[in-house]
Design a binder for this molecule. Structure first.
Ligand SMILES: *Cc1c(COP(=O)(O)O)cnc(C)c1O
Length: 354
């Protein structure tokens, strides 16, 4: 079976280099977020070679895969008490928001003879992870009593669950908090991390508040798209990842199913429009590997009809190319599609270097 995720390392490096130049010009270091590609070492190495400063992932298992790459590793997801030992062992820096967890990290760091660095997360409106601004100072005061923790910086996450857009107000609030921590506790915070790909538009507009010196970038790096407004960034490749799947049935059939319509394989009730007789193709890839709406056919005349666990159905009635059994269709993928296809064991990953 031919289900291939093509990964263009050359284009990935070009994306990384362009973003790095743009960010460095405004005093911003990039944490390259590797979770979109399950921290595959070939891609992570390409990012390291492009001059990015840190590798970051939400999963400690992924950071373990990256341990041989000589860049600081950053754990993005709030630490589970059950993974404290691994976090101390494999993460150089972790994002944190809970005193109880930070206290446990301090004890374990002490046991392992280490000092562990954290970026304290502040919630400036998104209501995902983070300490509310009113509680930041007491939280910092408490952390400073933990002997084996070093507060390396302050950070925030925006536009992930609630869709709050980063702007000079909420990032300004983050900066103010960082200044207050520095003066009140006579501390120096190395990192003020102003969010993810949704903050990148502020770099493009050159309106990111001065003092934000770090962004954690996944989607814009991998797909060339900022995520506050969903704009494609000029000069960045949107086809580092392309997917190819094989046609296993190709027939002229009606567009309207016959019989009473109940639920599909996933409990949804499908609706159909009568478009007459269609050329319908079944591709040997399905919902176990990717969602149909995460793919966009490169052949602009092909339309995805639907999917079940092992097939994606495509309408090829209006295509100029004449497809046959065994031919493949190619697709662009979105962030979720890239993630799903990277982690499917049924999808071959093929690397291209030019
Ligand atoms: C996933 C993640 C990112 C990267 O997000 P993108 O939108 O892909 O840039 C940054 N920070 C945290 C905490 C994350 O979990």
């Amino acid at each position: 079976m031919k289900a291939v995720l093509h990964i263009n390392i050359h284009k990935l490096k070009e994306n990384a280099q362009l973003l790095n130049r743009a960010c460095q010009n405004q005093g911003i270091d990039i944490m390259a977020v590797t979770k979109g590609f399950s921290a595959h070492p070939i891609l992570a190495n390409a990012l390291a070679e492009s001059g990015l400063s840190y590798l970051a992932d939400a999963r400690i298992e992924n950071l373990i895969k990256l341990q041989d790459i000589d860049l600081p590793k950053v754990l993005l997801r709030m630490t589970a008490p059950s993974e404290i030992q691994k976090v101390i062992q494999y993460a150089d820096i972790s994002l944190q928001s809970e005193l109880k967890t930070i206290h446990m990290l301090s004890k374990e760091a002490d046991t392992q003879g280490k000092t562990h660095s954290i970026i304290l997360m502040a919630d400036v409106g998104e209501l995902r992870e983070g300490v509310l601004p009113d509680d930041i100072m007491t939280t910092v005061a408490e952390i400073l009593t933990y002997p084996s923790i070093s507060i390396k910086g302050l950070g925030t996450t925006l536009t992930c669950v609630s869709g709050v857009i980063p702007d000079p107000d909420n990032l300004g609030q983050l900066l103010e908090l960082s200044h207050e921590i520095e003066s009140r506790f006579n501390l120096n915070l190395d990192i003020v991390s102003g969010g993810n790909s949704s903050s990148y538009y502020l770099v493009e507009d050159e309106s990111i508040p001065f003092g934000i010196n770090n962004l954690r970038l996944g989607e814009v790096l991998l797909l060339g798209r900022e995520t506050a407004y969903g704009r494609q960034i000029q000069g960045l490749h949107d086809d580092v990842f392309t997917f190819e799947a094989e046609i296993v049935e190709l027939k002229s059939k009606p567009s309207l199913p016959q019989g009473k319509i109940g639920m599909d394989a996933f409990g949804r009730t499908p609706v159909f429009e009568d478009k007459g007789i269609m050329t319908r193709a079944l591709l040997a890839i399905g919902l176990q590997d990717v969602e149909a709406d995460q793919l966009t056919p490169l052949d602009g005349d092909a339309d995805i009809i639907g999917a079940s666990s092992d097939y994606i159905l495509v309408d090829l009635t209006h295509t100029k190319s004449k497809y046959k059994i065994g031919d493949t269709l190619k697709f662009k993928v979105d962030y979720g599609g890239m993630m799903r296809l990277m982690s499917s064991e049924f999808v071959v990953k093929q690397f291209h270097y030019e």
